[in-house]
Write a protein that binds this ligand. Structure first.
Ligand code: H2B
Length: 96
């Protein structure tokens, strides 16, 4: 299902609201590395995000080693950032 890509102003306000995230060089995604106390904490976080992702039908790209979770948010169906990525960034802000 196609969804609109955020425009420049929306991208800017997403980054202003969530300064922990960085815009990827191509402007099509945001990235963030989160560090937790240990694997248990990291995986607990990933589990909460996974439940959200399943419900929202919007899935992060991520990579985990022990206590570190590297995340990329982008919307494949939009070919870039969409409101779904903003919603996921908001959800993550609420649980960390
Ligand atoms: N996740 C992300 N990040 N982008 C998408 O475009 C996307 C998704 N599309 N999860 C969903 C699943 C789509 O493939 C299914 C069929 O709804």
């Amino acid at each position: 299902m196609p969804i609109a890509e955020l425009n420049q102003a929306d991208r800017e306000s997403l980054l202003a609201d969530h300064p922990e995230w960085a815009l990827r060089e191509d402007g099509k995604a945001i990235t963030r590395t989160l560090t937790f106390a240990d694997f248990n904490e990291a995986f607990g976080f990933m589990t909460r995000v996974a439940l959200y992702a399943d419900k929202a039908d919007h899935h992060p790209e991520w990579f985990n080693v022990y206590n570190r979770v590297e995340m990329t948010l982008t919307t494949h169906d939009a070919g870039g950032l969409s409101a779904r990525d903003a919603a996921m960034a908001r959800f993550i802000a609420g649980i960390v």
